[in-house]
Design a protein around this ligand. Structure first.
Ligand code: FES
Ligand SMILES: [Fe+2]
Length: 355
């Protein structure tokens, strides 16, 4: 998809109801969340044949499983008998899949192996029944699923993003999970994204947390395809405070940014933090943050979970303010701060192509 950004736009921002309206939320479920590649986990979650991960993308329950040949397959987590959820757990391992309702069983390819009481199904051609497929692919150890069985490959979808992330001098494939935190907030998912993709708020919201560490005047936002890489250099001089100095690096910037529609990646000297945003309702979202380190990074400096709590709270508190203002008939977006809010404009343009 080619994304072009006009220099001037007749309208800035999205209509306010896009952040509150249940009908609009339903529209997003049937468009954005049904036809995009979305990050769901890591290859190490699916090491052995039969290992599976389940997820819900929009309103589509889906799972990914490693088959006997070691290949990843994604399928809709819905039984073709009468529609029950097949795999109820988030993660697990199985030799075959068995529906908890009437015990139809399927192999790891999704083919129907057996039904209970077969004599009651005299006309059923088992070979014609199989679980509906979705698509799965990975980059850098990150597993992505697209509920849409057709369309561009993950590599095409990611556009220039892998090349951008290739600048980080660590091996993405070696990352291992060291911490995970789940937040649920009364905020539309788009506000979480918009706040993430602009750096104009750093000086106010993060004056005491990020400003001492990063060179906030020189953050570079350079959209590629649907996505928004944000390169954040550290301060030119090392910070005096040891709490910041611990994270500071002279030569390698922090590779941050957003992969449409649900993933944010933030690299650091000692690991990386990857966030997954999920829309739970028109005014409710979940943000799951997972911290990864390579074995060498873990050995050098094991992650301390509380490091970034303050920053998260600073961001959620401004997002809550947006959600409170959006219902007002005085709401409007009057101006955007050039490159510092370019990510917001880009996100809106990409979104508009789905709706
Ligand atoms: S719904 Fe799955 S076996 Fe009946
Ligand atoms: Fe922020």
């Amino acid at each position: 998809m080619t994304i072009s950004l006009p220099l001037t736009s007749t309208r800035l921002g999205l209509p306010g109801r896009y952040y509150t309206d249940p009908d609009f939320y339903q529209r997003e479920l049937k468009t954005v969340w049904r036809s995009t590649w979305q990050w769901v986990g890591r290859l190490e979650d699916l090491r052995n044949s039969g290992d599976y991960l389940t997820t819900i993308l929009g309103e589509e329950p889906i799972f990914v499983v490693k088959n006997a040949e070691g290949e990843l397959l994604a399928m809709h987590n819905v039984c073709p008998h009468r529609g029950a959820r097949l795999l109820p757990e988030k993660q697990g391992s199985c030799k075959f899949l068995q529906c908890p309702y009437h015990a139809w069983t399927f192999d790891l390819e999704g083919k129907l192996l057996a039904v209970s009481q077969p004599k009651w199904f005299p006309d059923l051609d088992k070979s014609s029944v199989r679980l509906a497929r979705a698509r799965v692919a990975s980059w850098g150890g990150f597993v992505f699923i697209n509920p849409d069985p057709e369309g561009e490959s993950l590599a095409e979808y990611l556009a220039g993003y892998p090349e951008y992330l290739g600048g980080w001098p660590h091996r993405w494939e070696e990352l291992r999970e060291v911490a995970r935190t789940v937040y649920e907030e009364p905020i539309n998912w788009k506000f979480i994204v918009e706040n993430y993709v602009e750096d104009y708020h750093f000086a106010t919201a993060h004056a005491g947390s990020l400003v001492p560490l990063f060179d906030v005047q020189n953050i570079r936002t350079t959209p590629t395809g649907r996505h928004i890489p944000i390169l954040v250099p550290y301060t030119p001089e090392p910070p005096a405070d040891p709490a910041f100095l611990k994270h500071w690096e002279a030569d390698v910037p922090s590779y941050q940014g957003f992969i449409f529609p649900n993933m944010m990646i933030n690299t650091g000297k000692n690991g990386c933090s990857v966030w997954q945003v999920t829309a739970l309702g028109p005014e409710r979202s979940r943000l799951e943050t997972v911290t990864y380190q390579t074995p060498a990074q873990y050995a050098a400096d094991p992650y301390v979970p509380e490091s970034w709590q303050q920053v998260m709270e600073e961001d959620f508190s401004v997002c809550r303010l947006l959600q409170r203002g959006i219902g007002s008939r005085a709401y409007q977006v009057r101006a955007l701060a050039g490159e510092h809010e370019l990510g917001v404009a880009h996100f809106h343009q990409v979104l508009a192509q789905y709706l």
